[in-house]
Design a protein around this ligand. Structure first.
Ligand code: SAM
Length: 225
């Protein structure tokens, strides 16, 4: 039996490396690891969640689709209960950007050049990009998608120990600045709309106002191209 992933989880799946050991943090229904196992793309997966209810959903789906030889479950706050060698590709999707950053911050073993972080924040992607730049992670790929009329960005990061300055435009749209796709343009337009709303809260002579005006001018240009 097979099922389809929506565009958001499909994009996460696309970034998972062939034959990898996966950890899906905040798995809920475990659709992503189950789908990857059914498609023969992964060697193993740990579907993790901090709550018992979602983990029960995950277990039910793992059994239903007959992939318990590949996908196991773990009750875990972030990656706290996982061993460093249990996963090489780590997906954290469908959570806030700040929570995602906290999970990464306290997991020392993610500071390893061979691990890949596949991240899809629901909010505050800017805070997440800033945190990763300041903590030695490198953004290697990023794509946008539209699912049920909402725009999402999915990013792949790895650790190389280099602290990078997170330029303003990069903080808000990452590698999508160089992406001509309709999906990227739509994501940029949504971020631009949010920043323009935020601008209304600053005095016109403040530094923050000037900074955000520069960013929105660049985003205006990118969405008109
Ligand atoms: C909105 S669901 C996302 C499900 C799936 N990853 C997706 O993108 O469709 C968020 C899940 O994250 C779990 N979660 C929230 N905080 C967590 C944490 N600190 N550690 C692990 N899981 C967490 C919740 O229990 C919930 O099941």
């Amino acid at each position: 039996m097979m099922f389809r992933l929506d565009e958001r989880l499909s994009l996460c799946a696309e970034f998972v490396r062939e034959g990898t050991r996966l950890a899906d943090v905040g798995t809920d229904h475990a659709y992503l690891p189950v789908w990857l196992a059914l498609n023969g793309k992964i060697r193993s997966a740990v579907a993790c969640d901090v709550r018992v209810g979602p983990l029960e959903n995950a277990k039910a789906n793992i059994l239903r689709f007959g992939v318990s030889n590949i996908v196991s479950t773990a009750l875990s706050d972030g990656l706290d209960n996982l061993e460093p060698d249990s996963a090489d590709d780590i997906v954290i999707a469908g959570m806030g950007g700040e929570l995602t950053a906290k999970i990464i911050m306290r997991t020392q073993w993610l500071r390893d050049r061979d691990k890949r972080l596949i991240l899809q924040p629901m909010t505050r992607a800017d805070a997440l990009r800033l945190f990763l730049c300041e903590n030695g992670f490198c953004l290697q790929e990023e794509k946008a998608c539209v699912s049920a009329r909402k725009s999402y960005s999915v990013m792949v990061w790895h650790y190389d120990g280099q602290i990078r300055e997170c330029q303003d435009v990069f903080r808000y749209i990452g590698l999508l600045e160089q992406d001509d796709s309709d999906e990227a343009r739509q994501y940029i337009a949504v971020i631009n709309g949010k920043l323009k709303k935020k601008l209304l809260g600053f005095a016109a002579d403040s530094e923050e106002y000037a900074r955000l005006c520069e960013v929105t001018a660049r985003l205006d240009f990118l969405t008109r191209k």
